[in-house]
Ligand binder design. Structure first.
Ligand SMILES: Cc1cc2nc3c(=O)[nH]c(=O)nc-3n(C[C@H](O)[C@H](O)[C@H](O)COP(=O)(O)OP(=O)(O)OC[C@H]3O[C@@H](n4cnc5c(N)ncnc54)[C@H](O)[C@@H]3O)c2cc1C
Length: 553
C-alpha cells in the first residue's frame, strides 16, 4: 500500500476576538445599582446573603439554566398500568434551581422574617438568581404570593403556611402533610376569558356546610395552570353567591389523589423549563378562602405580589441582557477599535444601561413599599405603583433585550449566548398577571376609587421637586393631563407611561448616579430621544454610564 504525502497542517482554528465567558463572577456585587438600592431601601442587613447568592449564581446555576431549558419537563398522565397520575418529570437541573431558591428563602423571606427591608432583600435575591434562569421563578413567586391570600382563612393558613414557607425543597409527589416543604400555584384563567375572570365557568358545590373554610367540589377547566406539580392551588370558581376563592390540594385528606387532571403541557414562548399546563377538575376537593362571592378580593392579594415579581423578573432579565451586552462590547473589536469605544455603540449601550438602572431603582423602591405596607397597613403607594411600574418595566423588557442581543451580533442569536432565552422570556411578564391594557385600566380604577393612592404616588415623585426643572415641568404637565377625563380610557397607556417615567426620573435624580439621572431626564422627559435605543442626545458621558453597569471579571 502506497503512503499519501500530505502537506504539514495549517492552523485553521485559532479563536480570536471573542470575549471570555461571563461566568464565575458575583452577579450581586458586580451590580452597583442593586447594591446601592439594597442599602438605601433598608435591606442592608441582607448584604452578606445577597453577595453569597451572587457568587453562587455566577457558577453552577448558569449551567443549570441551560440544562433545565434544554431537557424540558414531561407530563406523565398515566403510570405503566394505566392509572392516572398527572405527574410532571423534570431534569435534575430544575430541582437544583428550585432547591437553591428555597434555601435562600426567595419564596418566603418576608413571611419568615417580617423585619424592615425583608421584601427589599428578597427582591435583590430573586433578581439575582432569576438572571441564571427565569422559569423556576414562577412556582417560587406563586408560593410566596399565596401566603397573604391564604391568611384570609386563618385555620387554613395555620395548616399550610408552615409548609409553604419551609426552607426545604421537597419535590416528592406525596400528600403535603408527609412532606418537608410544599409549593402553591394558581388557577384562574379559563378558555373563554383570563382578564375577565367573571367569565369563569368552573362551579363549586358545597359538600358540608358553606362559606369561608367550608369544603366544596370544584368542576370545570383551567386553561393556564403554571407549575401543576405544586402541592396546592388557589382556584376561582362560582357558587350561587358568585366568584369565590378556594385552596385546592393535589391530595385528598384520605391520602388519595385529588380529582385534578393535567390535560397537557403548553408549548409556549418564554422559558421551556417550567411546565405550564391545562387542567380539568372533576369534583375536585377544595376549601373556601375568604368571603363567599368575593373571590377576586381574596385572590387579589396573591395577584398583587405576583405583579411585584413580574417587575423583579423583568428588571432582572433586563439587567442580565445589559451585563452580557456591555461585557461583549468591552472585549470584541471591529474596524480597529473595541466595540465599547465606537461612538455609536456607546450610545446604544449607555441607553440600555440607563433603562436597566431605571427599572432596578423602581423595582427596589416598590419592594420597600411592600415592607412599609406590611408594617403599617398603609397600601396606598403600592396599590398604584405596582400597576404603573409593572406596566412600564414589562413593556420595556422585550425592546431592551432585542437591542442587547444585537450588540452581540451573530453570537447574540445563538442559544449558547443566553440572549435567545432572555428574548423568549421578555414578553411573558407583560401578559401574565394582567396584560398591558388591563393593567392600565387598573391604574385608572385605582385612581378613581382610591384618591389616597394618587396622593401617595405623587408625594413620592414630588420629593424631587426643585432638583431638576425637567422633572418639575413633566410632572406639572402630567397632573393636568390627569385632570382631563375626556377619553381617558383611550389615553390610558400614554398616561401610565408618563406616570412611570416621572417616578423613575424622581428616583434617579434623588438616588441614582447623576450622569445617568441627567441622561434619563434629557432623553425620556425632554423628548430628545428617538424611537429606538441608541438615540441619546449629544453631550452625555456614555463611557461613565457603561462602566458603571459593566460587570468586571
Ligand atoms: C406563561 C404564562 C403562564 C400563565 N400562568 C397562569 C397560571 O398559572 N394561572 C392562571 O390563572 N393564569 C395563568 N396565565 C394566564 C394569564 O394570566 C392570562 O393569559 C392573562 O390574564 C390574559 O388573559 P387571556 O389570555 O384570557 O386574554 P384576554 O383576557 O382575552 O385578553 C386579550 C387581550 O385583550 C386585552 N384586553 C382585555 N380586556 C380589555 C379591555 N377591557 N380593554 C382593552 N383591552 C383589553 C388584554 O390586555 C390582552 O392584550 C398564564 C399566562 C402565561 C402567558
Amino acid at each position: 500500500m502506497s503512503t499519501i504525502e500530505l502537506p504539514p497542517p495549517n492552523v485553521t482554528h485559532e479563536v480570536l476576538n471573542q470575549p471570555p465567558p461571563l461566568e464565575n463572577y458575583n452577579l450581586f456585587e458586580q451590580d452597583r445599582v442593586l447594591v446601592e438600592a439594597l442599602e438605601r431601601e433598608n435591606g442592608g442587613w441582607a448584604r452578606a446573603r445577597a453577595s453569597e447568592l451572587g457568587i453562587v449564581t455566577g457558577g453552577a446555576p448558569l449551567a443549570w439554566g441551560v440544562q433545565a431549558n434544554t431537557y424540558t419537563p414531561v407530563l406523565r398522565a398515566y403510570d405503566r398500568y394505566g392509572h392516572r397520575i398527572d405527574e410532571v418529570e423534570f431534569h435534575p437541573a430544575w430541582h437544583n434551581l428550585m432547591r437553591l431558591a428555597i434555601q435562600y428563602e426567595l419564596h418566603a423571606l418576608p413571611w419568615r422574617t417580617p423585619r424592615p427591608g425583608a421584601h427589599v432583600a428578597r427582591a435583590a435575591l430573586f433578581f439575582t438568581l432569576s438572571q441564571a434562569e427565569a422559569g423556576h421563578g414562577c412556582p417560587i413567586s406563586m408560593t410566596f404570593s399565596s401566603v397573604p391570600a391564604l391568611r384570609a382563612q386563618p385555620e387554613v393558613a395555620a395548616e399550610w403556611e408552615p409548609r409553604l414557607t419551609s426552607t426545604e425543597y421537597d419535590p416528592r409527589m406525596l400528600p403535603a402533610e408527609q412532606k418537608h416543604g410544599a409549593l402553591c400555584g394558581m388557577a384562574m384563567t379559563e378558555k373563554q376569558g383570563g382578564s375577565d375572570v367573571r367569565a369563569n365557568r368552573t362551579r363549586a358545590r358545597a359538600l358540608s356546610g358553606s362559606g369561608p373554610g367550608a369544603e366544596y367540589a370544584l368542576t370545570g377547566h383551567k386553561w393556564f395552570c403554571s407549575a401543576p406539580m405544586c402541592d396546592a392551588f388557589l382556584v376561582l370558581a362560582h357558587t350561587d353567591k358568585g366568584l369565590s376563592c378556594f385552596l385546592m390540594p393535589r391530595w385528598l385528606p384520605d391520602g388519595t389523589r385529588n380529582r385534578m387532571a393535567v390535560q397537557r403541557l403548553k408549548d409556549k414562548l418564554g422559558n421551556r423549563s417550567n411546565a405550564s399546563s391545562e387542567i380539568e377538575l372533576d369534583a375536585a376537593w377544595a376549601r373556601m378562602l375568604g368571603e363567599e362571592g368575593h373571590g377576586v378580593r381574596t385572590i387579589i392579594e396573591m395577584v398583587n405580589h405576583t405583579r411585584l415579581d413580574c417587575v423583579i423578573g423583568s428588571a432582572s432579565g433586563m439587567r442580565q441582557a445589559v451585563a452580557q451586552a456591555t461585557h461583549h462590547a468591552a472585549y470584541r473589536s471591529a474596524f480597529g477599535k473595541r466595540l465599547v469605544e465606537q461612538p455609536l455603540m456607546q450610545n446604544v449601550l449607555a441607553d440600555l444601561c440607563i433603562e436597566s438602572e431605571a427599572a432596578t431603582v423602581a423595582m427596589m423602591r416598590l419592594a420597600r413599599s411592600y415592607d412599609d405596607a406590611q408594617a403599617t397597613g398603609n397600601r396606598h403607594f403600592p396599590r398604584l405603583a405596582t400597576a404603573v411600574i409593572k406596566y412600564w418595566v414589562c413593556k420595556r423588557q422585550p425592546t431592551l433585550v432585542a437591542e442587547a442581543l444585537e450588540c452581540l451580533g451573530g453570537n447574540g442569536v445563538v442559544e449558547e449566548s443566553i440572549l435567545p432565552r432572555l428574548y423568549r422570556e421578555a414578553p411573558v411578564n407583560g401578559v401574565w398577571e394582567g396584560s398591558g391594557n388591563v393593567i392600565c385600566l387598573d391604574v385608572l380604577r385605582a385612581m378613581g376609587r382610591e384618591p389616597e393612592s394618587v396622593e401617595a404616588f405623587f408625594d413620592e415623585i414630588e420629593l424631587a421637586r426643585g432638583d431638576d426643572a425637567r422633572i418639575d415641568g413633566f410632572v406639572d404637565a402630567l397632573r393636568s393631563e390627569l385632570t382631563d377625563f375626556a377619553g381617558i380610557e383611550f389615553r390610558a397607556r400614554r398616561l401610565v407611561e408618563q406616570m412611570a417615567l416621572a417616578l423613575q426620573a424622581s428616583l434617579l435624580v434623588r438616588h441614582g448616579d447623576p450622569v445617568v439621572a441627567d441622561a434619563f431626564c434629557a432623553s425620556r422627559l425632554s423628548g430628545d430621544h428617538g424611537a429606538a435605543f441608541g438615540t441619546l442626545p449629544r453631550g452625555i458621558d456614555c463611557q461613565h454610564i457603561i462602566e458603571r453597569a459593566r460587570p468586571q471579571l
